[in-house]
Design a protein around this ligand. Structure first.
Ligand code: PEP
Ligand code: MG
Length: 939
């Protein structure tokens, strides 16, 4: 049977987003709820994929479109482009995941030189008909025919200037007719052909243009940023046109069922009288509020409020809605579960629980780790005497400080040079995306809370202030003029913006911990005390309730990667249940590097022993500090891992230094000569695959003997102080059981010696990292000698892919994203179908030898939300991540447990890998910038 490419709005539902895109699925859902949706149909994402791979539309699609179009024509009792009474349609993109403003839309399809007269006659409004026609030519020319949009915009502006008009509303019918003639000439000049008059051809070309818009540069950048896979394609929605530009009783608007900034329920939205389509979002004129709509059109307002309530009850979540009022009749154009600020996400989730609309379990799944992360960001210190320059509307919370930049190029180049920047624009449009991605914050002079800048910034978790009308932004002059202060700022001047209050400050403003961060580190009382107002208190309560529930539900334990007592303490206060990775080599850097150098340079056993003796007390006191900070909790201490050259000077630098000395006739000391020889001897072509990990321990056994003794003695010391130290000894880079056996035998001897010397009994587990494919494959054997496994997914990713991370990320990862080989970097999110399978195999094989073998993950993936869901699903016992990520991991582990549990309840078919793939993709798309933000925090 031929593939079905087209679904009428009455055929779909909200769960068909893969096929119908988000917009199409929700239009269908609203249609089936009996809401006033203009009739129409959706062309599937599958058709888009077929078009993109074949380069033309499937023939059966044309036939299906015809029959669905006829259905709509029958319902509406009109024909597309009929000269006397035309049906007009919109052709809109709509992918599975919302990509605001990234792809194309064409309105008013069906108008031509004849049907414009019919529309004028039927509507009784000639001006409206010609305005619609000129809009069609403009949109169609730009979107479908790739004509420079400025040509149309300039012609429009020139006409208004000639006639000394203030704006588009001043234009008369004759002006619009004149403009249509000009526009058609622009089309002819650019394409060599007349503007297409055949309505069906207009529609077909528009459909293809929407398909193609899936692959525009800006759409690709957006997808990469939002981790949306490149191969999904977009659906196309063909919808009967309704008109918001039919005079004063018409208009178009956007609203939310709750305030997307605070979560509070209430009337929240923007409305623009006598306007069409994207005018509201584009921020070209300032909008009215919904309260104003109540004044001007109470009937539509009341109906809209009723629908808002119905949708929120139906979706059991905050919805955002696009609507149009055509001469007093309300039409619903779109709805979806609305984007919201991180603070609103927590508040709304808890409000919905309190309203008995969702369960507490569900509330945990309604928030994400990246939302929690952004609540942990520092805020401006209100007690500092910062100078408020001006105010705009708070559109996306956060506190950012940076240099003013006025366009994408400035933003990207200054950020590449290490600067933090604030993108300042009159308003933004999809072409500004690259600048918004690069900037720490976004400030616009025009537009409301639903403008492009606001919607996109909220989606990205970027701090944003919009509609600061006091500002005049002149990109060409490189200036921002502050009217109220009669002051001119220049690109490069530093400002600070507060996305929670809308304030714009001149110069640097100091930042302090957020109340949520205070709560995380010092508990509920402290968090509430640090909250400046009731809204923030409500937020702190909400985070506490959700995190407490996540903790109660999660199966995964969360540990932290920490190599010093301060980090250990901090992570403990963040809720870490131990240290999952203590990288001991970090203790050999700084002043102590020389001691390792001495070990390497030693020519006799005595010399080497002297170097070990010097290291011993230092290493022991490190461990005493960490075991004390983690008293009563496990601390997994990894024996030294990196190649020796990391403790020696750089080969080139040292060679040059000594050559220069020689050339100057200065003496090169014996020590320097030995050092150079050692550096040369330890130089490796591929250090990542060379003398490191357990290999180093076998090559210089004294080094790990020293470490094992230091661990054991530190443990004794802590016990003597009445503490409960719980170290675990971990051997890195194991590939063979024999490697582990040798180290284990040695370790057991040392531990027995320390027990005998101290009279204190020690029970120290000895386990290993699984970082090599061989270890995962041979896990069944290795487990026989191991008390626990910890998967080092950083190295396991390097060794499975054969990637040297330091080399490949800069060299070609961007190309790999573009080719769609990766949706996300395998170093950020576990490559579940490759590296992940090795982890799963390692766990299974290890446990086949030792049932219940304790298994953790201590690579960076241990703090990555998507990966955490994967690790939960394959039965890992704990994840270990950097201290700052601990709260995020707690939340995500709770979410993972709840969603995996609910899958069991629904008796999902046992197709785990497929389900996981979908889950991983879905989560990846939700969790846009977590990894980047966290990396910034980590620095
Ligand atoms: C790993 O390889 O995942 C790991 C934790 O070790 P490191 O990052 O120190 O190599
Ligand atoms: Mg490693």
């Amino acid at each position: 049977m031929a593939t079905k490419y087209v679904y009428s709005f009455t055929e779909g539902n909200k769960d068909m987003k893969d096929l119908l895109g988000g917009k199409g699925a929700n239009l269908a859902e609203m249609t089936n709820l009996g809401l006033p949706v203009p009739p129409g149909f959706t062309i599937t994402t599958e058709a888009c994929r077929a078009y993109l791979s074949a380069g033309h539309t499937p023939e059966t699609l044309d036939v299906e479109v015809t029959s669905h179009l006829r259905e709509v024509e029958q319902t509406m009792q009109k024909r597309l482009g009929d000269p006397s009474d035309p049906l007009l349609v919109s052709v809109r993109s709509g992918a599975k995941f919302s990509m605001p403003g990234m792809m194309e839309t064409v309105l008013n399809i069906g108008l031509n030189d004849e049907s414009v007269q019919g529309l004028a006659a039927q509507s009784g409004d000639e001006r409206f008909a010609w305005d619609s026609y000129r809009r069609l030519i403009q949109m169609f020319g730009k979107t479908v025919q790739d004509i420079d949009g400025d040509l149309f915009a300039n012609a429009l502006q020139a006409l208004q200037d000639r006639k000394e008009y203030k704006g588009d509303l001043d234009m008369t019918t004759d002006d619009l007719k004149e403009l249509v003639v000009e526009y058609k000439q622009i089309v002819k000049d650019a394409t060599g052909e007349d503007f297409p008059q055949d309505p069906r051809r207009q529609m077909d070309l528009a459909i293809e243009a929407v398909f193609r818009s899936w692959n525009t540069d800006r759409a690709r950048i957006y997808r990469r940023r939002e981790r949306i896979p490149n191969d999904l394609g977009t659906a196309v929605n063909i919808c009967t046109m309704v008109f918001g530009n039919m005079g004063e009783t018409s208009g178009t608007g956007v609203c939310f069922t709750r305030d997307p900034s605070t979560g509070h329920s209430g009337v929240y939205g923007d409305y623009l009288i006598n306007a069409q389509g994207e005018d509201v979002v584009a921020g070209i004129r300032n909008t009215l509020s919904l309260a104003d709509l109540e004044r001007v059109d109470k009937k539509s307002y009341d109906e809209l409020r009723g629908i808002m309530q119905k949708l929120e009850t139906h979706y059991r979540d905050l919805c955002d809605i696009e609507f149009t009022i055509q001469q007093g009749k309300l039409w619903m154009l779109q709805t979806r579960v609305g984007k919201r600020t991180p603070a609103a996400a927590f508040r709304v989730a808890v409000q919905l629980v309190d309203e008995r609309l969702i369960t507490t379990d569900e509330s945990v799944t309604r928030v994400t780790g990246d939302q929690l992360t952004s609540l942990l960001f520092p805020q401006f210190d209100k007690s500092a005497s910062a100078k408020v320059l001006t105010r705009g509307m708070p559109a996306s919370p956060g506190a950012s400080v940076g240099e003013i930049v006025l366009n994408n190029e400035q933003a990207e180049s200054r950020v590449a040079e290490g600067a933090s920047v604030i993108l300042v624009r009159r308003e933004t449009n999809p072409d500004d995306l690259a600048g918004m991605v690069a900037a720490a914050g976004v400030l616009t002079a025009r537009g409301g809370k639903t403008s492009h800048a606001a919607v996109v910034a909220r989606g990205m978790g970027r701090c944003c202030v919009v509609g600061a009308e006091d500002l005049v932004v002149d990109e060409v002059a490189g200036t921002v003029y502050v009217k109220s202060q009669d002051k001119t700022l220049h690109a490069g001047d530093v400002i600070a913006i507060d996305g929670t209050t809308g304030e714009v400050f001149e110069g640097e403003v100091p930042v302090v911990d957020s109340p949520v961060m205070t709560y995380i580190s010092h508990g509920l009382e402290a968090g509430l005390a640090a909250s400046p107002d009731e809204d923030t208190q409500e937020l702190v309560y909400a985070v506490d309730r959700i995190l407490t529930h996540a903790d109660a539900k999660r199966r995964l334990e969360v540990r932290a990667n920490a190599d010093n007592p301060e980090d250990a303490e901090r992570s403990r206060s963040f809720g870490a249940q131990g240290v999952g990775l203590c990288r001991t080599e970090h203790m050999f850097l700084g002043d102590r590097r020389k001691l390792i150098e001495a070990v390497i340079l030693a020519e006799t056993e005595e010399e080497q022993q002297a170097a070990f003796d010097a290291l011993m007390p230092l290493q022991k006191s490190d461990f005493v500090g960490i075991f004390s900070a983690m008293d009563g909790l496990p601390v997994t201490v990894r024996l030294i891992d990196p190649p020796l050259h990391e403790f020696l000077p750089d080969l080139t630098e040292l060679s040059v230094e000594l050559a220069v000395k020689e050339a100057k006739g200065e003496e090169v000391t014996e020590h320097e000569k030995r050092l150079l020889a050692a550096v040369k001897a330890n130089h490796e072509q591929n250090p990542m695959l060379g003398l490191r990990g357990v290999r180093l321990g076998l090559k210089i056994p004294g080094l790990i003997k020293l470490q094992i003794r230091a661990i054991a003695e530190a443990c004794v010391e802590c016990k003597k102080q009445g503490k409960d130290p719980r170290p675990e000894i971990m051997v890195p880079l194991i590939g063979s059981i024999r490697e582990l056996q040798i180290v284990r035998d040695e370790a057991e001897k040392i531990i027995a010696d320390v027990e005998a010397e101290s009279g204190v009994e020690l029970a120290l587990p000895i386990g290993n990292m699984i970082e090599l494919p061989r270890a995962a494959v041979a896990a069944e054997r290795i487990a026989a000698e191991s008390d626990f496994f910890s998967f080092g997914t950083n190295d396991l990713t390097q060794t499975t892919w054969g990637f040297s991370r330091d080399d490949v990320e800069a060299a070609f990862f961007n190309d790999y994203f573009d080719y769609g080989i990766f949706g996300t970097s395998p170093f950020e999110t576990i490559d579940w179908s490759g590296v992940g399978q090795l982890v799963e195999m390692g766990v299974e094989r290890g446990r086949s030898t030792k049932p219940g073998l304790h298994c953790g993950v201590c690579g960076e993936h241990g703090g990555d939300p998507v990966s955490i869901h994967f690790f939960d699903a394959i039965g890992i016992d704990y994840v270990s991540c950097s201290p700052f990520r601990v709260p995020v991991a707690r939340l995500e582990a709770g979410r993972a447990a709840i969603s995996n549990e609910s899958e069991h309840i629904s008796f999902a078919p046992a197709t785990a890998p497929v389900d996981l793939a979908a889950q991983v993709t879905e989560l990846a798309a939700q969790m846009a910038d977590l990894a980047n933000e966290i990396r910034k925090q980590d620095k």
